[in-house]
Design a protein around this ligand. Structure first.
Ligand code: PYL
Length: 278
């Protein structure tokens, strides 16, 4: 997982209104709506519940330490959605204790390896990698106006790619897997065999031909420039949870509204909906 830097995220809070409109244009749903689609939740019911749902974002100093603006940005995304969110005044253990004492409904916190939401009432856990893969696959389903029986390539078969693949299968898509390490793709294919439709999953060993034969792509790698400009067809739709973005600046211009990428917004929104359970 790529570690975010402050300059990756420092503009997110101010840009949430514009990003929400972009999402509406690309998917037909808002940030909250896409997250609800990912978890099959009714947006109207969620709206009625989220104002009363308090989430404390707790800064974590372990390992490489705090990323300036990370907790504030997570809290701003939650607040934009309508949750009762705050960054705890203290970090680490003190921040966690404060959340319990304040009777918060949930905590969100991240060390260098794991970013989770914890529901303090029902003990459920929302993992950022799982939620991110799921919500970007759901966004692609909305962009495509339904992925049933459509060929979708998942590029990058780590935790985010795996979650995206599982979600794509749940939407009825025909899933192809590609990873720079073919063994990783094969291992994921074997894991997916147990899912409905998973037995039809294929492993692609050549990215160029894979992109030519799949009209839809989830780019879930931790690398830049993984999609060469020349491989971008005039109908390809791309949902790119991978950080950094795997598409070049020129590729972004060619794709325009056919590309969806962000570094925290959709994943945090999905984690919050996941935590609300139901
Ligand atoms: C959660 C992000 C998504 C992509 N990479 C992940 C990352 O950067 N993880 C590290 C987050 C560290 C946060 C730090 C703090 O400010 O509390 N411990």
């Amino acid at each position: 997982m790529t570690r975010l830097q402050t300059n990756d995220i420092c503009h997110i809070s101010k840009g949430l209104g514009i990003y929400n409109q972009e999402l509406l244009m690309k998917t037909g749903r808002t940030l909250l709506g896409v997250a609800c689609h990912a978890y099959g939740r009714e947006e109207i019911k969620i709206r009625q519940q989220l104002e009363a749902f308090s989430i404390h974002v707790v800064p974590v100093t372990a390992g490489e330490g705090i990323i300036t603006e990370f907790s504030e940005t997570v809290s701003a995304i939650l607040g934009f959605l309508g949750f009762n969110s705050r960054v705890s005044a203290a970090s680490d253990t003190s921040g966690i204790a404060q959340a319990f004492v304040s009777n918060a409904d949930a905590i969100m916190m991240s060390d260098d390896n794991t970013f989770v939401g914890l529901n303090l009432n029902n003990r459920s856990v929302a993992d950022n990698s799982e939620a991110t893969g799921r919500v970007f696959a759901a966004a692609l389903d909305l962009m495509a106006k339904g992925l049933k029986d459509k060929a979708v390539l998942v590029q990058g078969c780590g935790p985010v790619g795996e979650s995206a693949a599982r979600t794509l299968l749940s939407f009825g898509a025909r899933v192809a897997l590609y990873d720079i390490d073919a063994q990783v793709a094969l291992c994921l294919k074997n894991k997916l065999a147990a899912c409905p439709g998973g037995h039809k999953t294929v492993v692609e060993t050549h990215l160029n031909s894979a992109l030519a034969s799949n009209g839809y792509l989830v780019e879930a790698t931790p690398s830049a420039d993984t999609i060469k400009d020349g491989l971008i067809s005039d109908h390809l739709l791309v949902a790119a949870p991978g950080v950094p973005l795997g598409v070049s600046e020129k590729g972004c211009q060619v794709l325009g509204n056919r590309l969806l990428h962000d570094k925290l917004e959709l994943g945090v929104a999905a984690m919050a909906i996941c935590l609300m359970g139901g």
